[in-house]
Design a protein around this ligand. Sequence first.
Ligand SMILES: NC(=O)c1ccc[n+]([C@@H]2O[C@H](COP(=O)([O-])OP(=O)(O)OC[C@H]3O[C@@H](n4cnc5c(N)ncnc54)[C@H](OP(=O)(O)O)[C@@H]3O)[C@@H](O)[C@H]2O)c1
Length: 364
Amino acid sequence: MSSSNSEKEKEKEKEKEKIKKEKRRIVVMTGGSGGIGLNAVQRIVASKKVRVVVGVRKDRGTMPKQVERLTLDLSSLKSVYKFSVSVKEALDGQPIDILVLNAGTTSQKLTDLSADGFLITFGVNHLAHYYLVRLLLPNMARGGRIVITTSDTHDPKVLSMAGGPTSLDLDLLKGMAYGKSKDIKAMKVYSFSKACNLLMARYLADKDQFCIGQDLQVVAYNPGLTLGTGLGGTRPTSTKLSFKQKVASGLLKGASVFNKAMYPNDVPTAGKALARLILGKAKPPKKKIYASMVKGKLTFPSPSLLVQDDEAVIFLWDESENLLGKKFVKKLPTIILKKTSEIESNEKENEKINSDSSTQSEKN
Ligand SMILES: NC(=O)c1ccc[n+]([C@@H]2O[C@H](COP(=O)([O-])OP(=O)(O)OC[C@H]3O[C@@H](n4cnc5c(N)ncnc54)[C@H](OP(=O)(O)O)[C@@H]3O)[C@@H](O)[C@H]2O)c1
């Protein structure tokens, strides 16, 4: 090894030691480079008590310099796998305290496909995040937090025109995944993907029922209709609203008299709420997982009836694994899915064995 390389290695080791000593909480995030996510990132790095790692398609130079950027394109499962490997390498055995799955997209064309042949909206918003969470679950800190950005479009009772799902079966799932069914509309794919975000959040949160056993806190966040982001359009250069958006905002405010979900939120308000959920400054009450912005305030309602259905929760989890296909399933880590109570009793058992063997060795 040349002397400059060994110097670099020493520097790296020093940096690692420094990070360990500082005991900063580790945040791993998708969708931190624009819109609501970027606003949240700007706020959380200011707290200095976090180390933030963001998966980015391309470094747009938008994020604060303290943020560590790793390559991630959620429209490719191969890229998701590679990202999970680089996260593990960068963290060097340190657990993830907070995993934020915020990236999202919506395409009006049902011909826009991911590298693996899924409708881009479904592939990016749900399947890639499902794969990522499964790859990173063993690296989550005990008592860690997962924040998933969803949308109130998932609930047909809240926004009927978005066509959120009322039931779930294999035909519908495959239709939404591949876009081959006749009655699939772009908006429906988006609201379906956002229902999937919530169903996945429920699976991860329900430690008694679904036995993840890591005592994770899980929250699915709906920022509400937020103007001035890049969702489904061109990336804005500023969070200030254009003239057209200001007009739309006025009209939406009027419409919100009849339906609160039409109220136009702004990026700073949506980003601030996301940052508070990430840092645990805002939390849903016990047994709730859904945090929804309504007229600029965080509320904690129940999600749609479909999301409340345990069978749908398990169905989506299992069938999403089937959608990944053998090549990617093969790379999933084996996680021991045990109830927290079993883990605790095993820990007690281990402690007892350790103390028995140390008493024995003292006697010897
Ligand atoms: N805006 C709304 O009205 C609204 C309402 C409800 C829910 N939401 C949800 O809020 C979240 C944030 O959306 P936003 O409105 O802030 O939109 P945005 O400004 O377009 O931000 C989306 C973020 O996701 C990232 N992303 C998109 N596709 C990706 C891919 N293939 N690989 C990696 N990263 C990708 C983008 O990265 P790039 O910088 O590379 O583009 C960007 O950082 C989404 O989950 C969205 O569904 C938004």
